[in-house]
Design a protein around this ligand. Structure first.
Ligand SMILES: C[S@@+](CC[C@H](N)C(=O)[O-])C[C@H]1O[C@@H](n2cnc3c(N)ncnc32)[C@H](O)[C@@H]1O
Length: 248
């Protein structure tokens, strides 16, 4: 079943990025989605509005999507009184609600570039200890002294995964690195960066000398997805990557 869904996705992306008879049909479907699907409409409108700042376009998310990473956070923060944790690219808030299950004593902030997501997250999951803010807001600029930042399924582009013969990344490494530099400034020494479903390797960034790989058995993971290097060239179809780094 998952193979069939993947094939349909690949064909759709080929229809968008390549040439094909499906292209017109695909665009008509998207027009219908624009009209009837508020989540999709918000993605399109906000990606037009904040084009240059966007990373991942899709806002797909799930509850408890990364139990192995959330367990690392649970263990790491169990003795810390009220850790300040950020979900960067929190979508509609399920990630924040999930982290709250693992680290209930945390002060949680979710941020996203899509205003519709932030509104929805706040309505559904907002509370005294769970705040949702726009990633281009003054509130986000002021955010600091964080104990951890989660960047999960944010630094990726669908064309990198769905265009099988693509050799160069559809998003530049520089954009990934620059965003991480912004997040790094908000992180305390000893703080953690969690990265997963990512087109690039954190270890290639200029930040790496200031970080170490967190020693946790479930930190490394083999991912069946293309990996691009800092020159934006595809270097692997499958790779084992570390996903949690600690600031020195
Ligand atoms: C695929 S969702 C991931 C949601 C969640 N982190 C997860 O893994 O389930 C990617 C999210 O990143 C957000 N995003 C993209 N560019 C962003 C940016 N510059 N700042 C904050 N969020 C961004 C998108 O709006 C989208 O909601």
């Amino acid at each position: 079943m998952s193979k069939i869904i993947k094939e349909i996705k690949d064909r759709s992306y080929n229809a968008v990025y390549g040439k094909g008879v499906y292209k017109l049909l695909y665009r008509c479907c998207n027009l219908c989605r624009m009209t009837f699907d508020p989540a999709y409409r918000s993605r399109v409108l906000s990606s037009l509005r904040f084009k240059n700042d966007y990373h991942q376009f899709s806002n797909a998310t799930e509850t408890d999507r990364y139990p192995d990473l959330f367990n690392i956070a649970k263990e790491h923060f169990k003795e810390i009184e009220q850790p300040k944790l950020l979900s960067f690219g929190c979508s509609t808030g399920e990630e924040i609600a999930s982290i709250a299950q693992y680290v209930p004593h945390a002060e949680l902030t979710g941020t996203d570039i899509n205003p519709w997501c932030i509104k929805k997250a706040d309505e559904e999951y907002g509370s005294e200890n769970r705040t949702f803010i726009h990633s281009l807001s003054e509130d986000f600029t002021q955010l600091k002294d964080l104990d951890a930042v989660f960047c999960l399924a944010v630094f990726q582009h669908p064309a990198n995964r769905h265009e099988k013969h693509r050799k160069e990344s559809a998003i530049p490494f520089e954009k990934f690195e620059n965003q991480l530099k912004v997040l790094d400034k908000k992180l305390k020494p000893g703080g953690l960066i969690f990265l997963d479903h990512c087109d690039f390797n954190f270890m290639e960034t200029s930040l790496m000398p200031h970080y170490s790989i967190l020693n946790a058995p479930s930190n490394p993971k083999v991912r069946e997805r293309p990996l691009f290097n800092k020159d934006n060239r595809k270097i692997a179809e499958v790779s084992k990557c570390f996903r949690v780094f600690q600031k020195k």
